[in-house]
Write a protein that binds this ligand. Structure first.
Ligand code: P6P
Length: 334
């Protein structure tokens, strides 16, 4: 449901603060993050003209090649949050946490994937920034262990998608709102005030090239989707795979669907490809706040107790009835 109000992100957050839904410092963290995303949007839009494409010639803690824009986006978020309401930052692009000098008394911890979907940057496909805000649970110097909180503890979560439009999705626990960046004014304007993910869907998103490596429950679920009306599901399915989590999840938020990145046997000790703390947790909270579901095949992603900052997780999220079905298939196997 789109709205045509002229409510800005700042006005929306001020109203949430006035109602007591969020604190002034949390409002500041979200506004500062949105401002950094505006800067990233401008840099992404320059593409080759800004000399921002291509490899940075380095690897991140995941052992993955870093793109120049990965590091530029990371730096933009780091610079924006100096001297503000965040005590420490964690990023996919940084091995460990980054305490903010002089901010030990700040109440918030910010985690982000500064530019998700890097493989799409050089071919002009939508990419995005994913962020998650956790409360501090101790005082004094911030230690990495303080970040290891289940996703249910998030105070705010969202993403900014850099596509045909730049849009910010946000939840602070009162549903999901979407803001569209007005390029003329540089202002995020509220365009979707209460997103709802339909319980039913006929659209699944998964990288099918990995199918021979999946566990049996995932192969069972996808086989049924492919059989469509000729099989037990009694309806046909469509498939999408953008290979940019922000873009795939944005589509699910707007029209339903199920997005999956499951375990596969090539790296049996690795639960999945996607990261729990700054990809799966924020996206799962958005989906649940919009009436959908998100599991790792066994439990709600938001209930997982993290053991490590960069730990990975299997992800099945979106339309509730489909997520419950594929999760049931996993529990039946166990
Ligand atoms: P694959 C992007 O690199 C990412 O982390 C997610 O944004 C995306 O959903 C997934 O990986 C794509 O993985 O194996 O299909 O390239």
């Amino acid at each position: 449901m789109t709205t045509t109000t002229t409510t800005t992100l700042e006005q929306h957050l001020a109203a949430q603060h006035a109602s007591g839904a969020i604190s002034a410092t949390l409002q500041s963290v979200i506004e500062t993050t949105a401002s950094a995303c505006q800067r990233i949007s401008r840099l992404v839009a320059q593409g080759a003209l800004g000399g921002v494409l291509g490899s940075a010639g380095s690897e991140n803690v995941q052992g993955e090649a870093q793109k120049k824009l990965d590091l530029i986006a990371n730096d933009a978020l780091m610079a924006a949050h100096q001297g503000g309401a965040v005590a420490a930052l964690a990023s996919e692009e940084m091995d460990t946490i980054c305490p903010i000098p002089g901010a030990e008394a700040a109440q918030w911890l910010l985690l982000f994937d500064p530019l998700d979907g890097s493989s799409n940057i050089d071919v002009n496909v939508s990419i995005g920034t994913i962020f998650s805000v956790l409360p501090r649970t101790a005082s004094g110097a911030v230690r990495e262990a303080e970040f290891l909180q289940p996703g249910r503890r998030q105070a705010a979560a969202g993403y900014c998608i850099y596509g045909p439009q730049t849009m910010l999705a946000l939840t602070t626990g009162g549903g999901v709102q979407l803001f569209t960046l007005d390029p003329a004014s540089g202002t995020f304007l509220l365009t979707h005030s209460s997103l709802r993910v339909p319980d039913e869907t006929q659209e699944f998103a998964i990288n099918m090239s990995n199918s021979r490596h999946w566990a049996a429950p995932m192969r069972r679920y996808i086989t049924e989707c492919l059989l469509g009306a000729d099989g037990g599901r009694g309806k046909n399915f469509n498939m999408r795979w953008i290979a940019s989590m922000v873009a795939d999840v944005h589509r699910v938020l707007l029209r339903g669907g199920i997005f999956m990145y499951p375990w596969d046997k090539r790296e049996p000790k690795r639960p999945g490809k996607l990261r729990l703390m700054y990809e799966a947790n924020p996206m799962s909270w958005l989906i649940e706040q919009a009436g959908g579901a998100a599991t790792n095949g066994k439990q709600a992603i938001l209930d997982i107790q993290p053991a490590a900052l960069h730990e990975r997780v299997a992800v099945m999220l979106g339309s509730k009835n489909e997520v419950q079905r594929v999760t049931r298939y996993h529990s039946e196997e166990n």
